[in-house]
Design a protein. Structure first.
Length: 174
C-alpha cells in the first residue's frame, strides 16, 4: 500500500510513474500494488504519521476476483482474509497490494503450519506473494527459489574448509 501526497494538486503522478520511480530504488516486493492519493498525511500530535487514520484503498477490480480451486488455495485464502481483515481474497491478488505489511506477514506461518503441517517462512511470502504461487510452492508444483538443504550443506562444507585451514595455520605456527 502506497500513500502519495503530490507536490501540487495540478501534477498528480500516475501509478505507472510511481512504480517506475521506485523500481531502481527498492526491491520489487516493496513496490506497492495499490496507491492512495492524499492531500496531506494524517499526523499524530507528535508529528508522526497516524497510521490508524490512513484510508483503506478501494479493492482493485471486483470483477477480477479468482476463486480458490485447490484445498491449499482455499486454506490460504481464509488465512489471508483473516489476517488482512477482508471478506474474501482472490488467488491472483498480491498479499502486500491488499494491505499486508511486514508485521501482518508474521501472522501467516502459524495457521499454515497448524492446518497444512507445512513450515512456511516469512521469506516465502515475499517470494510468492499471491495465493496461487504460494499454494503451488507449498504443494510442490512450484520450484522453490532457494534449495535450503543445498545451501546448508554448502555452508557446512565452507565452515569445515575454514576450520581445516585454521588448523593447518595453527600447526605451522607451533
Amino acid at each position: 500500500m502506497g500513500y502519495v501526497v503530490p507536490a501540487t494538486a495540478e501534477v498528480v503522478p500516475s501509478e505507472t510513474a510511481l512504480r517506475e520511480h521506485l523500481k531502481g530504488r527498492v526491491p520489487d516486493y516493496m513496490i506497492p500494488g495499490a496507491w492512495v492519493m492524499l492531500a496531506a498525511l494524517p499526523l499524530t500530535p507528535n508529528g508522526k504519521v497516524d497510521r490508524q487514520r490512513l484510508p483503506t484503498p478501494e479493492r482493485a477490480d471486483p470483477l477480477r476476483y479468482v476463486a480458490p480451486r485447490t484445498p491449499t488455495e482455499e486454506l490460504l485464502a481464509r488465512v489471508w482474509a483473516e489476517v488482512l481483515k477482508l471478506d474474501q481474497v482472490g488467488v491472483e491478488e498480491d498479499f502486500f497490494a491488499l494491505g499486508g505489511t511486514s508485521l501482518s506477514v508474521m501472522r501467516v506461518p502459524a495457521p499454515v503450519k497448524r492446518t497444512l503441517g507445512r513450515d512456511l517462512s516469512i521469506i516465502d511470502l515475499f517470494r510468492y506473494p499471491t495465493i496461487r504461487t504460494l499454494a503451488a510452492y507449498l504443494d510442490g508444483r512450484g520450484q522453490p527459489m532457494v534449495d535450503r538443504a543445498k545451501l546448508q550443506a554448502g555452508a557446512g562444507r565452507r565452515r569445515a574448509a575454514r576450520r581445516k585451514a585454521l588448523g593447518s595455520i595453527r600447526t605451522q605456527e607451533e
